[in-house]
Design a protein around this ligand. Structure first.
Ligand code: IMP
Length: 438
């Protein structure tokens, strides 16, 4: 670990989760949003949850990037799927709390897809019917909306504003209602109510809808710093995650380009958020999962409940096979390690360095879920610490065992740790190196 601040440079930064989401990206985005001019989300929708503190009150935002509190320009990228009802509720809540959300401050891509009531109905029906594989989705219609995008049957914001909107939706809804009633035996969607509701939404949101690729490009040309905020995590990526137990979008850094309309040469730095241990919500394999009192300890001390669904998160040790996968898939240039304080009080801490599969050592994250499901973690053990580290702000002041843990993570991932979070508060952070020019 190299201590001491380097001279930060003007940077465009992508922040991604490296595990299965819930790594604590929100706090790091909040922190770095201060140094950026634009905060841009590039994928996912209201399956993500991000805790903000508004006038001393906790508020979980699912769509509005947290930069809004710092009066940054917040952008909903074309790679996102947006439930307009949820977005309007968030705007109303924030406005009530005194946060001004003018159309110049919150921008929505013309090409972002709109979540419709039939997407939510289909998501819920599939998860609950027992006919398909249960993924443990958040039930927000995310998957069915991305399905329609790929099937070229989606409604984008530009289509919501179009005069053909009503005709298009009637045509699409006919098929959805047939599927809901004939396959699932469920009630159909009231198309007239849907259309009148969505016409109200469009009136509210139309002033925010714009060509965000042009806006971001102009900002970059004018020397503005842009922060691209990823949602979920690398191992929930539709291509590279533990398919089919994944979300429906690309969560890795490359999608910051596709999901906003900028080219890869514009990205300077990719920060991976790594929780000091691993968690997962929903179904799917998890090699280092703990089923004992240490797992309970992490779940309770880390308050590991899903921000969107309130489900208890499964907990386990940090996993270097996963993290090395994340380093490669995202080209990570730095790490922000979060929730390090949660590990305090454990006698020893384990780091999974490889897997064992039928007597063979595995170093690369397996693609086959059958193999992954059979993999046993190979651990290295490090002595723990008892000290409360939440008041520490400098790397060199951390207890020696804590430093050993961090140094080992750096060594194994071959990636520098830029930030270490030692508590939920903004100031409860050890800044080793900031990628932004303050
Ligand atoms: P979906 O994104 O709602 O389709 O859910 C697919 C999978 O991704 C499920 O296992 C969810 O629990 C998981 N997931 C979606 N969003 C998040 C998130 O923000 N954090 C953690 N897991 C998530």
């Amino acid at each position: 670990m190299s201590s001491g601040n380097k001279e930060p440079e003007l940077q465009n930064l992508v922040i991604v989760g490296t595990q299965w989401g819930d790594e604590g990206k929100g706090k790091i985005v909040d922190l770095l949003a201060e140094y950026s001019d634009l905060v841009v989300r590039f994928q996912g929708g209201n399956n993500a949850g991000h805790t903000m503190v508004v006038n001393g009150e906790q508020f979980i935002s699912h769509l509005v990037p947290s930069g809004i509190l710092q009066k940054k320009i917040c952008v909903i990228g074309n790679g996102m799927v947006v439930d307009p009802e949820v977005l309007i509720k968030e705007i109303d809540y924030l406005t009530e709390k005194g946060v001004r959300i003018d159309p110049e401050v919150l921008l929505i891509s013309q090409k972002a897809h709109v979540i419709m009531p039939y997407h939510k109905a289909i998501d819920a029906a599939r998860e609950g019917c027992g006919k398909s594989k249960k993924i443990g989705t958040t039930g927000r219609g995310i998957g069915p909306c991305y399905e329609d995008k790929a099937a070229r049957r989606g409604i984008r914001f530009i289509d919501l504003l179009d005069e053909d909107f009503e005709r298009n939706v009637r045509h699409i809804a006919e098929e959805k209602n047939f599927f809901l009633s004939s396959f699932h035996g469920l009630e159909t969607i009231d198309v007239d109510a849907l259309i009148s509701g969505y016409k109200t939404f469009r009136k509210r949101l139309a002033p925010h809808v714009t060509d965000i690729s042009v806006v971001i490009d102009k900002a970059m040309r004018n020397g503005r710093q842009v922060l691209f905020e990823g949602a979920q995590g690398t191992h929930l990526d539709i291509d590279h995650g533990t398919y089919p137990y994944v979300t429906s979008s690309n969560t890795i850094s490359g999608n910051a380009c596709c999901g906003t309309g900028i080219g890869p040469k514009r990205i300077d730095h990719v920060m991976g958020i790594v929780k000091a241990y691993t968690t997962r919500v929903g179904e799917g394999p998890f090699p280092t999962e703990l089923f004992d009192e240490t797992g309970d300890f992490l779940q309770k001390k880390g308050a590991e409940f899903g921000a969107t669904t309130g489900r208890k998160r499964r907990c386990g040790w940090i996993d270097m096979v996963m993290l090395k996968n994340a380093v490669r898939l995202n080209s990570l240039t730095g790490i922000a390690l979060t929730k390090l304080d949660v590990l305090g009080g454990l006698d020893e801490i384990r780091i999974c360095t490889s897997y064992k599969y039928r007597g063979r050592q595995i170093d690369d994250f397996p693609v086959s879920l059958n193999i992954l499901g059979e993999c046993e973690p190979v651990f290295e053990t490090i002595a723990g610490w008892d000290e409360d580290i939440s008041g520490i702000r400098r790397f060199e002041d951390l207890p020696v065992n804590t430093r050993n843990y961090l140094n080992r993570i750096e060594e194994l991932t071959e990636t520098p740790i830029d930030l270490v979070s030692v508590g939920p508060g903004r100031n409860e952070t050890v800044v080793v190196n900031t990628p932004f020019k303050p």
